[in-house]
Design a protein around this ligand. Sequence first.
Ligand SMILES: [Zn+2]
Length: 232
Amino acid sequence: MIPVEPGTGRALRDDYLSMQCAPFREAVSARLDGEPLGMPAADLDRHLAGCPACAGWADAAGAVTRRARLVAAPDVPDLTAAVLGALPRQLPGVAAAARSRLVQSALRLALLAVGVAQAGVAWPALTGGTAAMSAPVHVAHETGAWNLAVAAAFLAVAAAPRLAAGALPFLVTFGVLLTVVTVRDLRAGHVHADRAGAHLLLLAGVVLVAVLAWRRRSRRPAAVVARGRVTA
Ligand SMILES: [Zn+2]
């Protein structure tokens, strides 16, 4: 005899059965979703074979799941063209950054060329020839060493522009003093114009190093200001 809940007439056996069946129905649901069953599959199948209520529930659940999966996805307007059209052609600042990189590369290449040429000018004096200069042998060697050191500074800054500021005090001093004495010597006729002209190469290198140093200096405060704004 089936116990009946007082007042409702509902069979208590249903509650008892559904309590027993609950884990199996969870397992059926898991199987439909492709998830772990939480019990051996054989146990579930055995229960479904022996419990018409659960077997019916499993069929119904399977049908609902299938229907949900087969429902066509709602039509979504294709906004690809509109979104791509609304995008700026280039992100702000990208063109400026590319231009800045190009200028930086050009400056470094120019400095590299000046460094190589400067080394070419310095080498003969260093290795002995004094024919080009009317100077005692050791003075010629010393001058060659200085000029080669300047060439090395140019090449080092071309390779690593962060060294530019550090190289400036020496290079600017050398460049300014050389200019002053060369102009004076030209006026007094102590130096040939072509020898003096070779110093233009050195001056060009000093200017390039100064520009590289200035560009690094002018870039840094901007970055600091930008960081300050973000944290403010
Ligand atoms: Zn059952």
